[in-house]
Design a protein around this ligand. Structure first.
Ligand code: FAD
Length: 301
């Protein structure tokens, strides 16, 4: 059996695998693709000590770093976890891997709007992460789709950078906490449009506007702008753990400060957990924490 089996090959999983392998213990990593969300990222400017890099380049150097160590890499999808004497992980191809400890780092995905233009203009004006891409829209007009906590937080954040921010909410009311709404409405360069159904993100080589339908009147409107931040939810890739590992209301794996889950010997790290913020550097930190905790568990059992 493995000593440590990591599920997920993004920043969290790769870091966990390296930390585990450096303890000289039998380490494996299962990932359906190596690199995770950073493969879908263009510019990265907040990975400290690297002023600028691009997602695919960072993903390649993460993979190269993992391959420096004796780690069994399996490009596969995990579909079931079961705690017996050892922890068993079943893969989509039917194989069952056994390990003394498991680190779950299957990440998350941004919920897409699913309107024309969204896919086409990803990284060309369509963005999902205000901490990451906000500064690219300095002095420009942007929209935030979604008036929940993350949408309103994003709008407040972006209002300090962009010239103007328009928030589009599908429902008749914003869903964000009252204190965030108060802050939002106090800002001079923010417009809130409720009952707005986004119909299309328009552009040529990059975004130049958004079309929405006023759900009350049925009228169609178009706003000229340069950026659209989609903030309608981050979904953790944890559906396959239903009924085995404890998750919160939105499906994030609940971990303690050591990265331990409710199942003995099972740890978790990165965007699939209930950690406060979802960033590369934060995922890597939690991957290191989970691996050290798994090692600590092994020497006590
Ligand atoms: P992920 O990167 O999501 O990796 C999850 C891994 O698990 C993947 O390898 C996936 O294939 C695998 N996996 C999932 N399910 C299974 C399964 N069942 N079996 C096997 N493998 C599975 N952060 C920043 O710090 N700076 C930025 O500039 C930045 N820009 C971003 C731009 C975009 C467009 C996006 C989407 C995100 C951005 N982020 C940025 C956030 C950052 O990418 C994430 O916080 C980080 O990648 C999370 O790492 P992770 O390892 O937890 O998860």
């Amino acid at each position: 059996p493995f000593d440590v089996l990591v599920i997920g090959g993004g920043p969290a999983g790769a870091t966990a695998a390296i930390y585990a392998a450096r303890k000289g213990i039998h380490t494996g990593i299962v990932a359906d693709r190596f690199g995770g969300q950073i493969l879908d990222t263009l510019g990265i400017e907040n990975f400290i000590s690297v002023k600028y890099t691009e997602g695919p380049k960072l993903a390649a150097s993460i993979e190269e770093h993992v391959k420096q160590y004796d780690v069994d890499i399996m490009i596969q999808r995990a579909k079931r976890l079961e705690k017996k004497d050892l922890i068993e992980v079943e893969l989509e191809n039917g194989a069952v891997l056994k390990s003394k400890t498991v680190i779950l780092s299957t990440g998350a995905r941004w919920r897409n709007l699913g309107v024309p233009g969204e896919e086409e203009f990803k990284n060309k004006g369509v963005a999902y992460c205000p901490h990451c891409d906000g500064p690219l829209f300095e002095g420009k007009h942007v929209a935030v789709i979604g008036g929940g906590n993350s949408g309103v937080e994003a709008a407040i954040d972006l209002a300090g950078i962009a010239k103007h921010v328009t928030v589009l909410e599908f429902a008749p009311e914003l869903k964000a906490d009252a204190v965030l709404q108060d802050r939002l409405y106090s800002l001079p360069n923010v417009t809130v449009i409720k009952n707005a159904q986004t119909k299309e993100i328009t552009g040529t080589d990059k975004v130049n506007g958004i079309t929405y339908i006023d759900r009350e009147t049925g009228e169609e409107h178009h706003i000229e702008l340069q950026g659209v931040f989609v903030q309608i939810g981050l979904v953790p890739n944890t559906e396959w753990l239903e009924g085995t590992v404890e998750r919160n209301r939105i499906g994030e794996i609940i971990v303690d400060k050591r990265g331990a889950t409710n199942v003995e010997g099972v740890f978790a790290a990165g965007d699939c957990t209930d950690s406060a913020y979802k960033q590369i550097i934060i995922s890597m930190g939690s991957g290191a924490t989970a691996a050290l905790s798994a090692f600590d568990y092994l020497i006590r059992h």
